[in-house]
Ligand binder design. Structure first.
Ligand code: CMP
Length: 226
């Protein structure tokens, strides 16, 4: 697929006039990563924006004790790396490919020029950042007020909306999530996440198998939050 066709399908570039698309296409570099490969590191200087065109990227932070907290998942069409680029500060988090991933990379000046020339894209960027900030605030509030089982219940409900594939025996969360990955999504240890997931499984609320996690009873998950 050529860059122009690719760019047309990306929300950040939606509705861009043809000749601008051409200019932007010339400024973009393609990069590919295999599953598990690091893309950027928390604390590093950064002056580029990444746009996922295929695959999936996990954004996470690492505590001094080595605990990972996954803060966001970028799917096709999503961008990341805008914070260091816009603020001039170091990378606020790390990013790794959750599967074979292809990205487009745009340098600071080209992105700034694009936003200055396209108020719609600037507003889109602010909307995306607002959604991420809201989600981060909710996660932080959950760390204070919810126990691990409740945090897992809420995360499963959120993931179900985004990645749920309904089937005969419940809704599969189509993310290939290991229990370890689940632990990093709710800021706990693998052992605690395992215990909470086992309890949910014993109550017939979820099923954990080779395909990942399947939600059998979403209402019960919801009830756990009250
Ligand atoms: P940057 O700081 O340049 O590099 C890491 C990127 O991870 C960051 O830009 C954002 O794109 C993304 N990121 C950091 N924190 C969050 C968060 N709380 N929610 C979603 N994305 C984030």
């Amino acid at each position: 697929m050529d860059e122009r066709t690719l760019l047309n399908g990306i929300p950040l570039f939606a509705g861009m006039p043809g000749e601008q698309l051409q200019t932007l296409a010339g400024a973009l570099k393609r990069r590919t990563y295999r599953q598990g490969a690091p893309i950027l590191h928390q604390g590093d200087p950064g002056d580029s924006l990444f746009i996922v065109v295929a695959g999936r990227v996990r954004i996470y932070t690492l505590s001094p004790e080595g605990h990972e907290l996954s803060v966001w998942i970028c799917d096709e069409g999503d961008f990341f790396g805008e914070m260091a680029l816009l603020s001039g500060e170091p990378r606020s988090a790390s990013a790794e490919a959750m599967q074979a991933t292809e990205v487009l990379v745009l340098q600071r000046q080209a992105f700034r020029d694009y936003l200055l020339a396209n108020p719609t894209a600037a507003i889109h960027t602010i909307e995306v950042l607002s959604r991420r900030l809201r989600s981060t605030t909710e996660d932080a509030e959950g760390l204070l007020s919810l126990n691990v089982t409740q945090r897992i219940a809420r995360k499963l409900l959120q993931l179900m909306e985004r990645y749920g594939v309904p089937g005969e025996d419940g809704v599969l969360i189509d993310l290939n999530l290991s229990q370890e990955a689940m632990a990093t999504l709710v800021g706990t240890t693998r052992e605690s996440a395992n215990r909470a997931l086992s309890a949910l499984r014993d109550q017939g609320i979820v099923q954990v198998d080779r395909d990942g996690i399947r939600v059998i009873d979403p209402e019960k998950l919801q009830e756990l939050l009250y």
